[in-house]
Design a protein around this ligand. Structure first.
Ligand SMILES: *Cc1c(COP(=O)(O)O)cnc(C)c1O
Length: 520
C-alpha cells in the first residue's frame, strides 16, 4: 500500500543491505562533526573523501544489486503530499545550516529508496530503462571530469569521441564518408527540434537574422502517430502547431504515403509552403515503421526535407536511412544508455554550424594554438553542453556493435514471447496488433466485461480497466507498464521492451499480475 515503508514485496524476502548506513569501516566515521567542508579540497581531506565516496559506492552497489532482484519492489510508491511531508529521516526541505555527511548519506539512500528502479526486470514503463553498469561508470567519470563540450580547449578527449561516434553512426546510416555532420543534444525532442531548425535554414537562411516575418507561411508533415515533439518544435520555432499536418496512418500505425501527398497538395492550396516531412522508425505507441522509401520519393518530388525520427536502435536496420536528410538517433532508448544521450545527424555538412553559429569571441577565438574546427560548440543552440558521449563511447567499447545488436534482439524476442502468450490466453487479453518492433499493445478484458457485447457501454468500462490495474501495480510496487488510448481505441496497455534485465519469467509474471489485479 502507499504508506508501506517496507522495501520488500510480501512474497519476497532477502537481506536489506541498503536499509541502514551500517557501521562504517576504515577512515570514514561520519558523526556530528563531519561536514562537506572537511572533504577535498580541504587540506588533509583525502582520507575523508575516500571514505565518503566509498560509502556512496556501497549505497549505489546495494541499489544496483537489489534492482536486479525480482524479490525487490520496482517502486515504493508514495503520493506527492507524503513525500513532501517528509518520511522518517527524509526531508526535502533545504536547511540554512549544513547537515552532517552522515545525514547526506542517509539522503542518498532515501532518494534511491523512494524513487523508481528503472533497471528492475519488471520495469516495462518506458523505452528509457535499464541499468547498464558500464554506462553508470561512464556517467560517474563524466561528472568527475565536470567539463563542457563547447571547445576542444576544455574537452579535447570528449570532442574527439563525439566526432568518432558521429562518424560511426553516419556509416551505419549508410551515408558516405564525405557527407554527414551532427551533434549530441539533450534528448529526442531536442534532436527533432534541430532537424526542423536546420531544414528551415537550408531553404531560408535569411531566417537566422531577419526572423519569420520575411518567410512565407511554412507547412510541416508528420504522421498522426508520430511523437508530439514535432508539433512542439514547430510551436517553439514560431511556425505554429496548426501548420503541422498530421498525416493519416493505416491500421498498423504507419504513415500512408498517398495521404502525405494529398496533405501536401492541401497545404499548397491553402497558400502554405511545404518544406519538411518527419517520418518515424518505431512510433511511440505501436512501434511502427513509416514506409521510408515511399516517403523519400515524395520528398524528392516536392523538394522537401526528409527527417527520420528513430526511437529504435539502428544496428538491425543498417542503411535503411540512407535517403534521409537528417536522423534523430536516441541511444537512451533501445540502446539502454543512461539518460541523457541523443544525437541529431545531418547529411549536409556545415549546415548546423552555419545555422547556429554566433562566434562568441570569449569562447570561439579564431587565433588559438590548435585547429579550431574542433571547437564544435557553436553548432549547438546551447552554450554549455553536458558530456553525453563518454558513457555511449564506453558502452560501445564494452559491447561492440554486435553486443548492442544482440541486446536489442533479446528485447524483440521478449516482445514476441509476450505476443505469443497473449494469443494463448486470447479473449481475456487481446488486441489486433502484431508487434513490429519491441512494443506490444493489448487490452485486458476483466471477467465482468466478458459477456458484454462490444459497443459504447463496454468501451466506457474497458477504458477504466488499464488505469485501475496500473494504479494497483504502482501501489503494490510489483511491476510497471504503460497505457493510453489511441484514436477510437479506449485505454489499452502498451508494453515496451528495452530493459536488458527482463526475462520470460517477468512476462509471465506481468500477465499473471494483470489478471490478479484486474479480477479484484
Ligand atoms: C522517445 C521518443 C522521442 C522523444 O525523445 P526524448 O528523448 O524523450 O525527448 C521522440 N520520438 C520518438 C519516436 C520517441 O520514441
Amino acid at each position: 500500500s502507499a504508506d508501506s515503508s517496507s522495501e520488500e514485496l510480501r512474497f519476497g524476502s532477502t537481506g536489506d543491505p541498503d536499509q541502514h548506513v551500517a557501521v562504517l569501516p576504515g577512515d570514514f566515521q561520519p558523526n556530528a562533526s563531519v561536514f562537506a567542508h572537511n572533504l577535498l579540497p580541504a587540506p588533509g581531506g583525502e582520507e575523508l573523501t575516500r571514505g565518503f565516496l566509498q560509502e556512496v559506492v556501497d549505497i549505489l552497489l546495494g541499489y544496483i544489486s537489489k534492482s536486479s532482484q525480482r524479490s525487490s519492489k520496482v517502486l515504493d510508491f508514495h503520493h506527492p503530499h507524503q513525500l513532501k511531508e517528509g518520511l522518517e529521516c527524509f526531508s526535502l526541505d533545504l536547511p540554512d545550516q549544513p547537515e552532517t555527511l552522515e545525514q547526506i548519506l542517509v539522503d542518498c539512500r532515501d532518494t534511491l529508496k523512494y524513487g523508481v528502479r528503472t533497471g528492475h526486470p519488471r520495469f516495462l514503463n518506458q523505452l528509457s530503462s535499464g541499468l547498464d553498469v558500464v554506462g553508470v561508470a561512464g556517467e560517474w567519470l563524466t561528472s568527475t571530469a565536470n567539463t563542457n563540450m563547447f571547445t576542444y580547449e576544455v574537452s579535447p578527449v570528449f570532442v574527439l569521441m563525439e566526432e568518432c561516434l558521429l562518424k560511426k553512426m553516419q556509416s551505419i546510416l549508410g551515408w558516405s564518408d564525405d557527407v554527414g555532420d551532427g551533434i549530441f543534444c539533450p534528448g529526442g525532442t531536442i534532436s527533432n527540434l534541430y532537424s526542423i531548425l536546420v531544414a528551415r535554414y537550408h531553404f531560408y537562411p535569411e531566417v537566422k537574422t531577419r526572423g519569420m516575418g520575411v518567410l512565407p507561411q511554412l507547412a510541416l508533415f508528420t504522421s498522426e502517430q508520430s511523437h508530439y515533439s514535432v508539433k512542439k518544435s514547430a510551436a517553439v520555432l514560431g511556425m505554429g502547431s496548426e501548420n503541422v499536418f498530421m498525416v493519416k496512418c493505416d491500421e498498423s500505425g504507419k504513415m500512408i504515403p498517398a495521404e502525405l501527398e494529398s496533405s501536401i497538395v492541401t497545404a499548397k492550396e491553402k497558400a502554405l509552403v511545404p518544406f519538411y516531412v518527419n517520418a518515424t522508425a518505431g512510433t511511440t505507441v505501436y512501434g511502427a515503421f513509416d514506409p521510408l522509401n515511399a516517403i523519400a520519393d515524395i520528398c524528392q518530388r516536392y523538394t522537401l526535407w526528409m527527417h527520420v525520427d528513430v526511437s529504435v536502435e539502428l544496428f538491425n536496420f543498417k542503411y535503411l536511412f540512407s535517403r534521409a536528410c537528417s536522423v534523430t538517433w536516441n541511444p537512451h532508448k533501445m540502446m539502454g544508455v543512461p539518460l541523457q544521450c541523443s544525437a541529431i545527424l545531418v547529411k549536409k555538412r556545415g549546415l548546423l554550424q552555419e545555422c547556429n553559429d554566433f562566434g562568441a569571441e570569449y569562447l570561439f577565438q579564431t587565433d588559438k594554438n590548435y585547429d579550431v574546427s574542433y571547437d564544435t560548440g557553436d553548432k549547438s543552440i546551447q552554450c554549455g553542453r553536458h558530456v553525453d558521449v563518454f558513457k555511449l563511447w564506453l558502452m560501445w567499447k564494452a559491447k561492440g556493435s554486435e553486443g548492442f545488436g544482440s541486446q536489442v534482439n533479446k528485447c524483440l524476442e521478449n516482445a514476441e514471447y509476450l505476443y505469443d502468450q497473449l494469443l494463448v490466453v486470447t479473449g481475456n487479453l487481446s488486441f489486433d496488433h502484431t508487434p513490429e518492433h519491441s512494443n506490444v499493445c493489448f487490452w485486458y478484458i476483466p471477467p465482468s466485461l466478458r459477456g458484454q457485447p462490444p459497443g459504447p457501454d463496454r468501451d466506457a468500462r474497458l477504458h477504466q480497466v488499464a488505469p485501475r490495474i496500473k494504479g494497483r501495480m504502482m501501489e503494490k510496487g510489483s511491476v510497471m507498464i504503460g497505457y493510453q488510448p489511441l484514436g477510437d481505441k479506449v485505454n489499452f496497455f502498451r508494453c515496451v521492451f528495452s530493459n536488458p534485465a527482463t526475462q520470460q519469467e517477468d512476462i509471465d509474471f506481468l500477465l499473471d499480475e494483470i489478471t490478479r489485479l484486474g479480477d479484484i
